[in-house]
Design a binder for this molecule. Structure first.
Ligand SMILES: Cc1ncc(COP(=O)(O)O)c(C=O)c1O
Length: 377
């Protein structure tokens, strides 16, 4: 059987990882400033993570949500403490798209309404409603087309107000990334987010913060949205929450009441996935990785500002977009093949940095030296 060929790939086979580095099948080492797409949060193959997963699978790999699974409550307590939202409720699933799908569905259940407000350039995943709320017609199949999603431009307060004035009675919720990742590291301004939250309250809609990429400590706050000074009604998570083990989650405000059977999944919250996410939460707390993301993010930004040839720097913490005047694929090629550094991209002109949150000063220096040289050719 052949693989279903949907990914554009580098001709590199990665077979090993440790901390901030990965290795290919020929033994070549690479600095990972991409984190496997913002997924590696505590570093590759962290010993506590490896041990916790190995212990769990040797004890109980899986049982279903038909019984109590103690790891779920342990994880909920730890995420509550890490995020500072102890009074929220946790629903566990398996991916970012699924977390968003469930959050939007819940907003619709709770309000009895059917419209979702999403932002231009948003990316929320590939499942049915998540892809409908994703501003990219190329990845929406005809079956995903719906008039239930209303798109509005990011940071345009007047357009948002006009949309609520026209459709407010039908709006179940808004779904916003505080920093758009796939969109090119575009920051939703604090004032814009605060006004969206106020409009949600005025019209009885719910604010869903898509923290799949920006969340779990990456920006130097556990939830990037909280920086704006208010709490979302729901926060969706995935990627960094379990360092590569497939886990999705929705943290749900206490005023939203659960009803038996309203959401559900076979794999979500299974003992092995909880063990992985608990190990990540423990390492994040013990090693102060959220604070480290803030500190290393500032250092990276300060060093990047010294370089010539960059059009704009955007982002926060360890979610950084470096925009060039023109296509920067040659810079990325040099970084990967000449300097052995992985970075991400967004469109043709933006380099995206999404490194593990354990990034240290030495790797910042290593990256800046490689990047300077790649820019200068
Ligand atoms: C902001 C955001 N939301 C949702 C998703 C979808 O997550 P997943 O690929 O785990 O379904 C992504 C993936 O890149 C994302 O960046």
């Amino acid at each position: 059987m052949k693989l279903f060929d949907v990914y554009s790939q580098h001709d590199i086979a990665i077979v090993k990882g440790n901390g901030m580095y990965v290795w290919d099948d020929k033994g070549q080492q690479y600095l990972d400033m991409y984190g496997g797409h913002a997924v590696i949060s505590i570093g590759h193959s962290h010993p506590s993570y490896v041990m916790r997963i190995a212990d769990q699978v040797a004890t109980l790999g899986f049982y279903s949500n038909a019984v109590k699974l103690p790891g779920q409550q342990e994880l909920a307590d730890k995420l509550g403490a890490l995020s500072g939202h102890e009074d929220y409720q946790l629903f566990l699933c398996n991916s970012g798209a699924e977390a968003n799908e469930n959050a939007m569905k819940l907003a619709s259940f709770v309000t009895g309404r059917s419209k979702i407000v999403a932002l231009r350039k948003a990316f929320h995943g590939r499942t049915s409603l998540a892809v409908s709320a994703t501003d990219n017609p190329k990845i929406q199949a005809p079956v995903n087309k719906t008039d239930n999603v209303l798109f509005t431009p990011i940071n345009d307060v007047e357009a948002l107000r006009a949309l609520f004035a026209a459709e407010g009675a039908n709006i179940a919720g808004v779904i916003f990334e505080k920093i758009q990742g796939v969109g090119g590291i575009i920051v939703a301004e604090d004032d814009f987010c605060r006004e969206a939250k106020r409009l949600c309250e005025e019209y009885g809609a719910l604010y869903i913060a898509d923290e799949v990429q920006a969340g779990c400590g990456r920006t130097g706050h556990y939830y990037a949205t909280d920086r704006a000074g208010f709490s979302a009604d729901m926060y969706t998570m995935a990627k960094g929450i379990a360092n590569g083990f497939p886990v999705g989650a929705v943290a749900i405000a206490p005023h939203i009441e659960a009803k038996k059977g309203m959401l559900g999944t076979t794999f979500g919250g299974n003992p092995l996935s909880c063990a992985a996410a608990i190990a990540v939460a423990d390492v994040m707390s013990a090693e102060g990785l959220v604070a480290n993301a803030a500190e290393m993010g500032e250092l990276l930004m300060a060093e990047l500002r010294k370089l010539d040839g960059i059009k704009e720097l955007r982002g926060e913490g360890l979610m950084i977009g470096i925009e060039f005047e023109s296509d920067c694929s040659e810079i990325k090629r040099r970084l990967l093949f000449d300097h052995h550094v992985f970075v991400g991209s967004a469109g043709t002109n933006v380099v995206r940095l999404l490194p593990p949150l354990c990034l240290g000063r030495q790797q910042v220096e290593e990256f800046i030296a490689a990047f300077r040289s790649a820019i200068n050719g």
